[in-house]
Write a protein that binds this ligand. Structure first.
Ligand code: RUB
Length: 352
């Protein structure tokens, strides 16, 4: 389908709820890999429920177009295409009514599996924590929090050192949720991590994607934290449901690292402040200052980074704990050798 036809199709037939969810994912009102996956599955179910399609072909075309809109919001968390693929492959039937009901029940079972995988993973992660342990976190990961909450449910007294996580300060969400769970929290700026590593027993983070070689793709700053944790002798645990396993990396593809807007790092006023007088100096002119040259000051804002497997002690999933180098065995079992784009028909994976 040509791009112009596709856009016209999207505008006319895609339910506004799908566009709203896509906007919320892109703007990070909905964020975190597991939460994004759940929201995308819910949006496909809404699309199905509200569809006015009268033929199987029209219904499936709508679902695929909605999936593509959701897919294009954020590129790094593989839970998003994995969720879309799972729903689309479960959409079966000959009539629109059958297709609608299989889509909705598939989305419901996906959400249940997401919640139960996190609960199971939490219990596995909790086994790594001892009574009295202090844990350093980075960003906000519901999978990592599940491990700490399970430890509390097991009667262990754990404490947390929470990294603020610039530029979006997801550490504040982590701090709030840990406090709700009754866990004492020390909030630190990112730059203080090495100083506090000597006071903790574990680093515990989540993942947006896990590659076939065991590399962990997570919030920018994770790799630096893992390297200094190794230097200080602190074990690094990654809590990641199997929906975070990136099947394309089995065939040599790399994971795209999202670059976000300059405004998250530097406001227009801050930019102007830094740039003040630059144009004078660059032109050597003493006269009227010219407008600052944006090209002279570049702001880069990568949202994620890649932690090599040698800095990770364990990946904790709902299928148990794995050394990062062996995660590919689980990936092959769950996904087979190859996958396509979520909207392309393929064989169905056994689980999410
Ligand atoms: C969130 C982030 C989280 C993972 C895992 O980044 O890096 O560690 O997504 O989260 P952002 P979860 O805030 O940019 O989405 O365990 O909840 O899936």
């Amino acid at each position: 389908m040509a791009m112009s036809e596709e856009s016209a199709f999207d505008d006319d037939r895609i339910d506004p709820h799908v566009h709203a969810v896509a906007t919320q994912i892109a703007s990070m009102e909905i964020r975190g890999a597991a939460t994004i996956a759940g929201a995308a599955a819910g949006a496909l179910a809404e699309q199905a429920e509200r569809s006015t399609a009268t033929t199987k072909a029209a219904f499936l075309a709508e679902q695929r177009a909605a999936a593509r809109i959701l897919y294009e919001t954020r590129p790094t968390a593989v839970s998003l295409p994995n969720a879309l693929r799972y729903i689309l492959r479960g959409t079966t039937g000959e009539t629109v009514s059958q297709l609608r009901s299989t889509t909705v029940s598939r989305a419901t079972s996906f959400s249940k599996q997401l919640a139960s995988a996190q609960e199971t993973l939490g219990r596995v992660g909790s086994n790594r924590l001892r009574d009295g342990d202090r844990v350093m976190t980075h960003c906000h990961s519901t999978d990592a929090l599940a491990c700490l909450e399970a430890a509390v449910a097991d009667g262990k007294e754990v404490k947390a050192v929470v990294k603020e996580t610039r530029p979006r300060k997801q550490g504040h969400i982590t701090a709030r949720q840990l406090r709700e769970a009754g866990i004492p929290v020390t909030l630190i700026v990112d730059n203080a991590a090495r100083r506090y590593l000597d006071t903790v027993d574990h680093v515990l983070v989540g993942a947006d994607s896990i590659a076939a070689d065991g590399s962990v793709i997570n919030k920018i700053g994770t790799s630096g934290l893992a390297v200094i944790a190794r230097e200080r002798g602190v074990p690094v645990t990654v809590a990641a449901q199997t929906i975070k396993l990136h099947p394309d990396t089995m065939t040599g593809h790399t994971v795209e690292i999202e670059s976000r807007a300059e405004a998250e790092v530097l406001s227009a006023a801050e930019r102007a402040d830094i740039e003040e007088g630059t144009s004078d100096r660059e032109t050597g002119s003493e006269s009227q200052p010219e407008a600052p040259t944006p090209a002279g000051l570049t702001v880069e804002n990568p949202a994620f980074d890649v932690t090599p497997p040698r800095y990770v002690d364990a990946i904790v999933t709902e299928r148990g704990q794995f050394p990062p180098e062996s995660i590919v065995i689980l990936m092959r079992e769950l996904f087979g050798e190859t996958t396509g784009e979520p909207w392309e028909p393929d064989t169905e994976p056994e689980t999410i």
